[in-house]
Write a new protein. Sequence first.
Lengths: 218, 599
Amino acid sequence: MRVSRILLVGLLTTTGCHWCHHKPPSAVTLEARPLQVLEVEDATETALLVQELGLVPLATAGRRVFFRAEGDLLQRLTALDYQVVDTDANDVLTRTMWVSGPSQEAPLHEVGLRILRREKDGWIVSGTLRRLSLLEKLGYRLEELNGREPHPRPILVVLEDRRDLSKVLAVGIDVYAMGPLGDRGFVVNGGAFEDAIDALRAQNFAVKIQVDPAEVTP
Amino acid sequence: MTRGRTFVFLMALFVASGAFAAIDFSAYHTPEQVDAELAALATANPAIALRVSIGNSVEGRPIWALKISDNVATDEPDEGDVVIVALHHAREWVAAEAGLFMAEYLVEHFSDPELADCLANLEVWVVPVANPDGYLHTTTGYRYWRKNRRDNGDGTFGVDLNRNYAFQWGEGVGLDPEGSAYSVDDTYWGSAAFSEPETMALRDFIQGLDHPRALLSFHTYGEIFLRPWSYTSADPPGESTLALLAQDSIDRISAVHGHTYQETIWYRAFGEMTDYFWHERRLAGFTAELRPTGTLDLAGFSPPASQILPAAEENLPAVLSLLKDAGCRRLWIKDHAADSGSEPSAVWLGDHWSEPFWTSPDIWTEPEALVEGETVTLHVRVHNDGPMASGALVQAFFTDPRIALEFPSLTSTLIGQVTVDLPPGDTVVDFSWEVPTGTNSWGEYHWCVGALVSHPEDRPLTTLIEKTSNLGGRNFQTVQALASQFLAVAATNFLGVDAEFRVTIDPSTLPAGWEVVVPPLPQRTPSRKARLLRVEGPVLRPGETVMQPLRLRIAPGSPATTGTIQVNGVLIPLVPGQRSPVGNGYTYEVRLPPAPAPP
C-alpha cells in the first residue's frame, strides 16, 4: 500500500508537471539547409533541366527555379553556365496549416499569411515557413492538416456591369460557370478561399456564399 | 442535307434510342466500372479493340486507353491517329462517361459501311480517364475534387493537369482560374511544366504516335466547344482552319438535341493541352465542355445521370466528323509527282525529306515562266475520289518561302478563293495572280504557293502541307532568279520555341560535275537549351530568320545545261520529349550558259 501511494503521487506529479509546464513542440520546423535557385528563360528550359539533368523543382517564382542540388547536379549546372546561388529555404517553401489559439485574426494578416478558410475554431492558412514560424511565436497553435484538406467555398457573385468581370477574375477564383443573368447583369459561380472573398467584398462586390457541399460519396 | 450528314444524324438518332448500347449509361460508373467496361470491350472485340496503359498516375494507377483499329494488335505506321481523352479534371464525371460512350460506339459500329472506310485508315485511341487518382478521390473523398492527387509536400494535394502542359506554362497572373502558382488552389499549375506523370504520359503517348491527326478533350461543364488558343484571345496560326472545324462541330452537335454550344469561354487558361499540341505539332485539338449549361454552381459537375446519354449523343456527330476528316481522303491535291493522297506525303528521314512535298504538279502557271509584276493564270487541280462535292471551297495563297510552310498562315497572302462543285475525278480551278514585283523578304526571286480545298465532308485538320492531303504547295522562281543565280535558303523559325536548323542537299538531282556546298553559318554561342540537348548545329530563336547561302561548284568543262538543286530544310524544336521535325524544301532551277566563245 505504501509503495502504491508513492507511485500514485509520483504519477500525479509527473502528469501534473507535464500538463502545467510542457511547451508543445513547434509544428513549424525551420529549414537549416538552404535551397538552390537558378534562372531559366521559360518553362521549356525547366522541363529540359528535369528531363536531362534530373533536377527536381521544389518551387518556381517567375523565371526562378528553386531546388536542392544533390549529387553532382551543381557541377553539371555550372558546366552549363547556370548561375546557381543559395537562398534561405524558409522564405521559399510554404506550408498549409491549421491555426488556432488567440481569436484575433489581424496578426495573421500582419505576418503575411494567406487565409484560406475561417472555421469556428480556427483558420486554415498558407505561407512560408518563416511567416508560419512568426505566427507561432505570437502564441498561435499551428498543426498539420492531417487530412482536413481545404476546399474553396462555393460563391455566387452578381455583377451589375459585365466590365467588372476582370476585377472578379483578378482576385483568383476557380470559375465553375458564368454568364449573363437576363437583363440583371452578369453572374459568376465559382469557388474561392477567404482571401479572394475578402478581396471581392473590399471592392464592394456582393458575394453570396453557397452551401458548402458535404464530402459526398456517391 | 448531304449523304454524310444524313448518316451522322441517323446514327445519332439510333444512339438516342439506346438500341445498340450494351453499356448501361443510365447511371454513373464508378472508376473501377469504367476500367472494367473498357477491358470488357477489348475482350469481346479482340480483333479491333485493345486496352493498353499509356502510363501511370502519380499514385501508380494505370491510365488506360482503348485502341480501336483493324489489326489492332499491330502498329500500322501508315495509319493516322485520333485521340479522344477525357477527365483531366476529376469531378467532371460526364466527360468520362462520354469517353466510354465513344469507345463503345466505335467498337460496335466499326464495320458500318460509312465508318469502316475511314476507320480502316486510322488508329483511334480513347482515354476516358486521364486522371484516375483524382477520379477515385471524387468517389471516396471529396466529390468536387478537380486536380490529380500529387502530394505537394506542403500540406496540400493536387496539380491541375490541364494547366501543366509546357506551352505558356506558368504565365499569366498566377491565380485561379487561368492557372495558379499556389498549390492549394484548384488550378495549381505544378512545380514545373510536365511535372505530373499523367501529363507526361499523355505527351509522350501522343508524340509517339505515327501520325496524330486530331485530338478531342472532353470536359464539363457549360456546353462550349473550344479551340486554341486558350491562353489568349488572339488568333492562332491557321485560325480559319480551326474555326471552320469548330463551327462545323458546333453545328453537328446542335443538330442532335438542339443544344448550341458556345465557342468561347470568359477566361484564359495557361498550360492547356490543346494549345500545347497546336503550338508544338499543329495537331488540331478541341476541348468540348459538355452538359449541362447555365450558370450553375458545383451541381453543374454532377448533373442527373439522365444527362449522360444526351451529352454523349450530341457530341457523337462531331467525333465522327473528325474521324472522317482524319481517315477518309476524298478531296486532295498532290504535294509531289508521286503523291497518291496519303498523309503525310513526306517524312523527314534524318537528313532529307522522303519526297519533295513543295513541288505539287497540281499547281502550275500559264505562262510557265513568271515575270515579276505580270499577271498569270494560276491553275489548281483538285482530285475528288468520292461523289460530287457541292460547294467546295478552293483557296490559293502565296508567301515568302519559309520553314515550314503552312496555309493559311499569319504571313500568307490570299490570291483568291472560289466555291465550286467538284464532280468525281479531276477539276482544274483557275485564279488570276499578279506575280509580286521584286524579291521576297529575303532578297530572293522566289515564292511559295499553297492551294487548299475544303468541304463539309472533308476538311483539312492542319496547316502543314505534308500532313494534310487537302493542301498542296509549290515553290516558284521568277525569271529574274534564273538570271541572278543567287542561291540561298532563308528560314524563319515559326515555332514558338528555339529550334535546331538543318539544311541538306539532295545530290541525286544535280547534273554531273555539279556540287552544292552548304557553308557553315557564323558561329554563335549555343544556348543553354541547345547544350542541354547536345545540339551542335545552328539554333534559331522564335521568329528569327536566317539566310543560309549555298555555293554551287561546277567542274571546269561541264556542258551547258539546266539543273535542279533540291534543298531540304528542317526545324527541330528544342523541347522535352520527342522532338518532331517540321520543315520545307526548295527546288531551284539553275542554268549553266554555254561557255563564251574564245576571242
